[in-house]
Design a protein around this ligand. Structure first.
Ligand SMILES: [Zn+2]
Length: 304
């Protein structure tokens, strides 16, 4: 028998959010049996709680946002992924602002803190959603197809496709939770340089930096652009370099790091079912909107 699990003692990580740039403190505390993952905005009088379930998702543009009763928390996916991947069934997530810190753009620091404080088994059997039928969400126009089929374990086969030689078509596969720690948790988010300025003009990615994303550059970088980027990221112009198509001082960990990061994101979003799922997921071009829509369809199987 598997038991529900929570963390041993609270811990806090702090930093700016990717989109708002607002500096917040996020504290993870042990949660009661059968309570699931519950966020709390502590900067509201008396605190406002938001259950981490797909029904509470209000936005999926460039990240996943949950909200309840006028309070929201954005960019929850990497933290949710860490909690899912590390098998935390119950936890309280206190945030004193509108967005979870982006940290290094992966789930690594959350995972390291969970390892550091340790986990405890609780006095109740772990709940699973066992898929008894196949569920699919597709958007023909954008080529997205996410399929969930009954299985004895949680298995994900994911393929992404970008119209860029730098990424192209990539796949990643997770067949056991044991792989999450070493093969997925540290895979960072990614963006194309051409998107960076568009996002900035939308007042997004204010907390972005050259250390918390793989920035792909698919055209030669001119001197003028280098100067602008140096100013944007508060760097020395000579430190703005492109190696193997990546604008950064950081090296990718894996050739298929983007596909692995998309699988990491999926692990976070699908945990919004409210419990782990036993099922085989086959994903083509996953993204937050599609992931959350699939989680909603699966949640209907619990509720009906
Ligand atoms: Zn992500």
């Amino acid at each position: 028998m598997e038991f529900q699990t929570t963390i041993n003692t609270p811990f806090t990580l702090s930093g700016p959010g990717l989109h708002t740039g607002k500096f917040t403190h996020t504290t993870i505390k042990p949660g009661e049996v059968n309570s699931g993952i519950v966020f709390c905005r502590t900067d509201f009088e008396g605190g406002k709680t938001i259950a981490a379930v797909a029904d509470n998702v209000t936005d999926t543009n460039h990240g996943t946002t949950i909200a309840n009763d006028g309070a929201s928390v954005s960019t929850i996916e990497h933290l949710m992924s860490a909690l899912h991947g590390m098998r935390i069934d119950n936890a309280i997530v206190e945030v004193d602002g509108p967005e979870v810190p982006i940290l290094d753009g992966s789930a690594r620091l959350w995972v390291e803190q969970i390892q550091k404080v340790g986990t405890v088994q609780q006095n109740a059997e772990r709940r699973y959603l066992h898929l008894k039928e196949s569920v699919e969400w597709a958007d023909e126009a954008s080529g997205i197809v996410l399929k969930a089929e009954p299985a004895d374990d949680f298995v994900v086969d994911s393929t992404i496709e970008f119209k860029s030689e730098l990424i192209g078509r990539q796949s990643a596969r997770l067949t056991s939770y044991g792989q999450y720690l070493n093969e997925f948790a540290r895979c960072r988010t990614f963006v194309f340089l051409r998107e960076v300025e568009a996002l900035l003009s939308l007042n997004l990615i204010k907390g972005g930096d050259l250390d918390n994303a793989l920035v792909f550059v698919d055209k030669p970088l001119g001197d003028e652009e280098k100067t602008r980027l140096a100013a944007l990221y508060n760097r020395d112009k000579d430190s703005i370099k492109v190696s193997n198509g990546v604008l950064n001082t950081i090296e990718p960990f894996f050739d298929n790091e983007p596909a692995r990061h998309k699988l990491l994101d999926f692990m976070g979003d699908i945990y919004l079912v409210g419990m782990p799922v036993k099922g085989h997921f086959t994903l083509r071009c996953p993204g937050h909107r599609a992931n959350v829509e699939l989680a909603k369809l699966i949640r209907k199987l619990i509720i009906k």
